[in-house]
Design a protein around this ligand. Structure first.
Ligand SMILES: [Cu+2]
Length: 64
């Protein structure tokens, strides 16, 4: 399962923002955000570049 390192997440609102952004591009995806380690685990059939783009679109810095 691809895991992304996402900077700038600080609260539950950020978690929802990231989760919603990913599920907008892939409604079937399962997203697990760990605020403590700032990582986002995504179970999706989409290429990770698209997940990265979605997270960036929500206003966060992300690396794989
Ligand atoms: Cu927040």
């Amino acid at each position: 399962m691809p895991t992304f390192k996402v900077d700038g997440m600080t609260c539950g609102g950020c978690v929802r923002g990231v989760t919603n952004a990913i599920q907008r591009v892939d409604p079937q995806s399962t997203v697990h955000v760990d605020l403590a380690t700032k990582t986002v685990e995504v179970d999706s059939t989409l290429p990770s570049a698209q997940i990265v783009a979605a997270i960036k679109g929500a206003g966060f810095d992300v690396s794989e």
